[in-house]
Each structure stands twice: as structure tokens, then as C-alpha cells.
Design a protein around this ligand. Structure first.
Ligand code: ATP
Ligand code: MG
Length: 422
């Protein structure tokens, strides 16, 4: 499967052992579509060479002098986003792998890598990188007036999902929307729990229009139209209510919903999407356009069993797991399953915790006033504020430093799919 002439896959090898570097180079030299463009002896040298040669694929060792492969991966992933990094290491400890994946690595091969596996991995990731390269070459520079995908604010889509109903998605989504809202950040919450959504109930809002109105005109969504359709919460957060009746859910197709969300991200800094506890085309499409999927678990065995199934599924679908943030809701300070237990069982980092507090949460739902507006001393408030802060930090510096980064400003319609559907 050779690529076009002049478009060979450029590979950088980073390993402190000369023999390993040479062996890999020899193994690749007979592949007509692969060029080894550089070999580095350390993480630091690897970063420099990655900047100089802009490889499609980087083969990265972990244990090296001066800077290890995980740190180098993190820097290369940020500075040369086109480069797809494969960890090639004797370290197969899951903790190392998880850290490498969080740092931005795409794949892992054990050392010495079997020839077939190495070449297939390079080709697969190389093709992905080449496609992004071509896409970038056809785009006007970010920020150019009228550049596709940059006509608006290029906001972040944050969806909230749980494979098990009642985990607290709507509670979290409504409170998070308020916590993210500020003078600088315009926020909209979208009720994409199409049949039994209750964002309107949680925020004590009703309206004549809903998601159905935007979905019906998904190809011609202008700002005026959005403003005339959304409801306004007293906090300033805008609300796109769900379909008025369960039967109306079928009026919103996955493709239309995708267009609606992409239109909204051009007018709002954060688009928070509440979802139903099912996995159909609609939910997969929402994940596909999401910058982060907040996966809500509760600290009990049935919830964790379902979360495990979800992680297994996204692995099969090749959804980058770093976009999924695992959260724990209803955390009981008095004991029970802890975040550490959950991390140990699921092998995923818990990115946020919201404390159990029936009284506060129920009172807030019944009054239609999210608890995050209440005293900071209320048990569940801090967890939501911390999460909002982490999300802001996650996005703000990267946007400024690497505007063309695939996770940032690329036009959503052409952004790499979160799922490689098979
Ligand atoms: N941190 C918490 N402490 C106590 N109760 C909570 C907490 N979070 C949510 N709840 C309660 O759990 C119930 C379900 O919450 P919510 O409706 O937000 O879940 P959901 O995941 O959106 O459910 P659905 O699957 O029905 O959409 C609510 O009655 C709410 O009061
Ligand atoms: Mg809900």
C-alpha cells in the first residue's frame, strides 16, 4: 500500500541504544513508502528533530537519559501535532502505558517490535498523519478572516454521558454550564436526551422552541435564529431545550444534531450537551464532535461494570480515550468505594469527584436553581467548580499556543473523527 509519489511516510526513531535505532532503520529501509528521516538518542534530541523534520510517525522509547519518552511525547504531541507517536518499549507496565497515552501517544509496541506489526502500525498512523497534513495544507491559516471553521468563536463541545441512567448527568451538566459561564465565556446547554430530557425542569425553564426547531433548519443556522430559539436562564446561560414530547425525538437525526452542535460552537465558548443513557447513532455522533466526553460513574458495582463495558467499547471503536474524562458522582465521604479503588479497577484516571448530598441536590432540582450558585461550603459545589476550572485550563493555554492543533481550532466538520467506525 504505497502512498502517492513524494508523499512517503516520514519516520523518526528516538532510542538511546544505537543498535536498536539501527535495527529499526534496517527493517524499514526496504519499505518503498516509508522514509526514516531522523534518529535521536534522547528525548530532548527527539523533540528537536521532530520540530526540524516534522515526521508523520515517531517511534519513541521510554527509558532514556536526559528526558524520558513520556515527557518527550507530551512535548512533541503539542508542538508537532501532525506527528503520531508510537511507544516502543520493554516497559509494558499499564501505569507507564496509561501515562504515555495521556501524554498523547497513539499506540504501543513491545520491544523488539515484530516487523509486520511495526510496519502496519507505521502505515496506519502514517496515513492518518498524511491526511491531516493534506487537510492543513488546504486550509487558510487559523484566524484568517473568513477561514472555514473560524468564522466564530470555535468553542468547545463538552458532552456528559453515563451508560447507566440516573448517574447524575443532568445534575452535572446544568451545574457545570453555570460554573463555566462568565463574562468572557458564553455558554449554552443542549438537552440531547431526546426522549426524556429534563434540562428544562432542572433549570425551571419552558419555551416554545426546542432542539427540533434548529434541527429542522440545520443547514441554515444563523446567530439570529439561534437567539430566537434558545431559552435564557437567569445566570446568563442559554438553553436549547429538548424535543417537547418523546415522539418528537425522531425529528432530530444524528446528522442534524451534529450540524446544530457545530453551528452552536461558533457562537458559544462552551456547548454543554446532556445525553441519554443509551448508545445509538445520536450518542456516537455527539461523542464524535465533542472535545471532551464527561463520563459519569457512581461508586457502586453496577455503575462501574457498565463504565468498564463502555471503555471496552471505545477501545474497539478506536475512540481516543484521552478525550473521555471519567468523573465520580455521589461520592460518600463516610466511606465506600473510593476514587483510588475506581482507578485501580478501571485503569483510568478519575478527573473529578462530586460529593453525595441528597438534600442539596434535591432541593436544587425542585427549585430549579442549580446548587453551584449556592454556598461553596455545600458538599457538591466544590467538585463542580474544580471540574470547570480544569476544563478551562485544559483548553485555554493550548488554544493560545497551538491554534492549529487538531484538538483546538480545526474546522469541526473536517476534524478527525473521534470514532474510526468499522
Ligand atoms: N451528588 C449527588 N448527591 C445526591 N444526589 C444526587 C447527586 N447527583 C445526582 N443526584 C440525584 O440523582 C438523581 C438522578 O440525577 P440526574 O437526573 O442528574 O441523573 P441522569 O444521569 O441525568 O439521569 P437520567 O438517566 O434519568 O437522565 C436525582 O434525583 C438527583 O437528585
Ligand atoms: Mg438526565
Amino acid at each position: 500500500m504505497a502512498t502517492q509519489a513524494g508523499a512517503n511516510i516520514r519516520v523518526l526513531i528516538v532510542d538511546d541504544f544505537a543498535e536498536t535505532r539501527e535495527n529499526i532503520r534496517k527493517l524499514l529501509q526496504f519499505e518503498p513508502d516509508i522514509d526514516v528521516v531522523g534518529m535521536a538518542r534522547s528525548g530532548r534530541e527527539g523533540i528537536q528533530l521532530a520540530k526540524d523534520t516534522r515526521p508523520n510517525v515517531v517511534l519513541m522509547d521510554i527509558n532514556m537519559p536526559d528526558m524520558d519518552g513520556i515527557q518527550a511525547t507530551e512535548i512533541i504531541a503539542k508542538e508537532v501535532p501532525i506527528a503520531q507517536i508510537v511507544i516502543v518499549s520493554v516497559q509494558s507496565d499499564t501505569d507507564y502505558l496509561r501515562r504515555a497515552m495521556l501524554a498523547g501517544a497513539r499506540d504501543f509496541l513491545s520491544k523488539p517490535p515484530p516487523a509486520d506489526e511495526l510496519i502496519n502500525t507505521i502505515r496506519r498512523l502514517g496515513q492518518m498523519s498524511r491526511q491531516r497534513e493534506l487537510l492543513a495544507a488546504t486550509q487558510p491559516p487559523p484566524g484568517t478572516p473568513g477561514a472555514a471553521g473560524h468564522k466564530g468563536v470555535g468553542g468547545k463541545i463538552i458532552s456528559v454521558f453515563s451508560p447507566k441512567g440516573g448517574a447524575g448527568c443532568t445534575t452535572l451538566a446544568t451545574n457545570l454550564a453555570l460554573a463555566l459561564h462568565s463574562g468572557d465565556n458564553k455558554v449554552i446547554i443542549v438537552d440531547a436526551n431526546l426522549q426524556f430530557g429534563d434540562v428544562g425542569v432542572f433549570l425551571n425553564l419552558q419555551g416554545k422552541y426546542s432542539l427540533v426547531s434548529l434541527a429542522e433548519r440545520a443547514d441554515e443556522i444563523e446567530e439570529d435564529f439561534i437567539q430566537s430559539v434558545v431559552a435564557s436562564h437567569s445566570s446568563g446561560v442559554k438553553v436549547l431545550l429538548g424535543p417537547p414530547t418523546p415522539e418528537d425525538a425522531e425529528l432530530v437525526g444524528a446528522g442534524q444534531l451534529k450540524k446544530v452542535l457545530e453551528a452552536l460552537r461558533e457562537h458559544f465558548h462552551y456547548v454543554v450537551v446532556d445525553t441519554a443513557a443509551v448508545l445509538r447513532d445520536v450518542e456516537l455522533t455527539i461523542f464524535d464532535v465533542s472535545d471532551r466526553v464527561l463520563l459519569v460513574a457512581t461508586p457502586d458495582i453496577p455503575s462501574l461494570a457498565n463504565i468498564k463495558k463502555f471503555f471496552d467499547l471505545i477501545e474497539k471503536l478506536e475512540m481516543p480515550s484521552e478525550r473521555v474524562w471519567l468523573l465520580l458522582n455521589r461520592v460518600d465521604r463516610r466511606g465506600g468505594i473510593t476514587a483510588a479503588n475506581v482507578e485501580e479497577t478501571l485503569k483510568h484516571t478519575v478527573r473529578g469527584q462530586i460529593l453525595l448530598d441528597e438534600k442539596t441536590v434535591l432541593a436544587s432540582i425542585n427549585s430549579g436553581v442549580p446548587f453551584v450558585t449556592g454556598a461553596k461550603s455545600l458538599p457538591p459545589v466544590q467538585g463542580v467548580l474544580d471540574l470547570a476550572q480544569k476544563l478551562r485550563e485544559e483548553f485555554a493555554p493550548k488554544e493560545a499556543a497551538t491554534p492549529a492543533d487538531e484538538r483546538g481550532r480545526k474546522p469541526p466538520a473536517k476534524a478527525p473523527s473521534l470514532f474510526q467506525r468499522r
